[in-house]
Design a binder for this molecule. Structure first.
Ligand SMILES: *Cc1c(COP(=O)(O)O)cnc(C)c1O
Length: 378
């Protein structure tokens, strides 16, 4: 019997209160009972997103919400801008390619963040751009983009701003309305502490104007159908009932704690994680580290893939390695959702053991001590 510790940036562990809800007998979705839960969730999401706009609920993983914000906002031949600095930023471009859209791409080096001035320039150079697609916390590298600054720039133009906050939402400060973000997409299996399978999209008035007339093909993920059903507290098709019931519990927990307190706690966990990495000589990766995942470079002479594999096989601790060009080059510790202080200490204790088994010279206990220090003294 092995105990599992998920320290990955999605999926994340599920609190018992939520797991219990996931095992309840299934409700029928065309009932007043389910409608009551559904409207509670639809309202609660506005708090989590910090928006007055409607938040649509999709039965897909996060990428489904990303795809829907392309098919619902753009028409064939439209100009769009992608501001990317990692694997998930690049995904925006790949989805557009599948729909025949040829975006202008601003590609910051992986590990760096997008320079908002580059977005301002691209928009000035091409006033035809209908929508700007960006990433909040770029999970593949562990950096956070300045969405408030980007929002300020895009709001002055006719373009809408679409932000992927699939890993950011709940853990990392996101103020959808204050930061003038038209569409924020997220998913259930990261900060929300749920199983994978639900995605969300908040949609502003400015974005609805595009959605009413956009001409790319859409059917299952047609926002107009979702908006219509939202009015009668329903979804156009069978919703992911179990996940929505458990989402109600998650929102209750988030509200009870307060979103600002959750942001602050993630900040503390991020500080402790960075301190732990540095204490054993690991160099942090990325220019502007986010609060939901910490990336560090794999030290010379150690095989990155082996760290991840040994942690999982010997200790049941799952962390993430690098993606794409960063494969084998970085390790990533998540601290979002139900991941807490004690989990960080477990992660570092096991990481120290694995690294020393792999021949890396370190003083055992130093990462744990540094993380403890940060957790106690902030
Ligand atoms: C996890 C993640 C995604 C992908 O979400 P899926 O639920 O796997 O489709 C997209 N963007 C970011 C930033 C992510 O962290």
């Amino acid at each position: 019997m092995k105990k599992h510790y998920l320290l990955t940036p999605g999926p994340t562990p599920i609190p018992p209160e939520i797991a219990q809800k996931e095992s309840l007998p299934i409700l029928h979705h065309r009932t007043s009972e389910f409608s009551a839960i559904f409207s509670e969730v639809a309202e609660g999401l506005k708090y989590v997103f910090q928006t007055k706009n409607d938040v649509l609920i999709l039965a897909t993983s996060g990428t489904g919400a990303m795809e829907s914000s392309i098919s619902n906002l753009l028409s064939p031949g439209d100009a769009a801008l992608v501001a990317s600095c990692g694997n998930f930023g690049e995904r925006w471009g790949k989805i557009m390619e599948a729909y025949g859209i040829k975006p202008t791409i601003i590609a910051a080096e992986w590990g760096k963040t997008v320079n908002p001035a580059d977005i301002a320039k691209a928009l000035a150079d091409n006033p035809q751009i209908k929508a700007v697609y960006a990433t909040h916390t770029e999970t593949s590298t562990g950096v956070v983009n300045d969405i408030a600054a980007i929002g300020e720039i895009v709001a002055k133009t006719n373009a809408v701003l679409v932000v992927d906050s699939i890993s950011g939402l709940v853990g990392q400060e996101m103020r959808t309305d204050d930061w003038k973000v038209d569409v924020v997409v997220s998913g259930s299996q990261k900060g929300f502490m749920l199983a994978p399978g639900l995605a969300f999209a908040s949609v502003s008035e400015k974005a609805w104007k595009l959605a009413e007339t956009a001409k790319l093909p859409r059917f299952y993920l047609d926002w107009r159908k979702m908006k219509k059903s939202l009015a009668t507290k329903e979804t156009p098709f069978t919703p992911a009932i179990t996940l929505i019931v458990s989402l109600a519990e998650a929102i209750k927990m988030i509200k009870a704690k307060g979103i600002e307190n959750i942001w602050a706690e993630c900040k503390l966990l991020a500080r402790a994680s960075r301190a732990g990495m540095k204490a054993i000589g690991l160099e942090l990766f990325g220019d502007k580290p986010c609060e939901v995942v910490t990336s560090a470079k794999v030290p010379a002479g150690v095989e990155g893939g082996k760290i991840v594999k040994m942690l999982r096989e010997e200790f049941g601790v799952s962390i993430a390695g690098g993606q794409g060009a960063l494969k084998g080059k970085i390790i990533r510790f998540a601290h979002m959702g139900y991941i807490g202080k004690a989990d960080i200490l477990v992660g570092f204790a096991c990481l120290e053991m694995v690294l020393s088994k792999l021949g890396y010279k370190l003083e055992k206990g130093k990462a744990v001590a540094a993380a403890e220090e940060a957790l106690i003294n902030g």
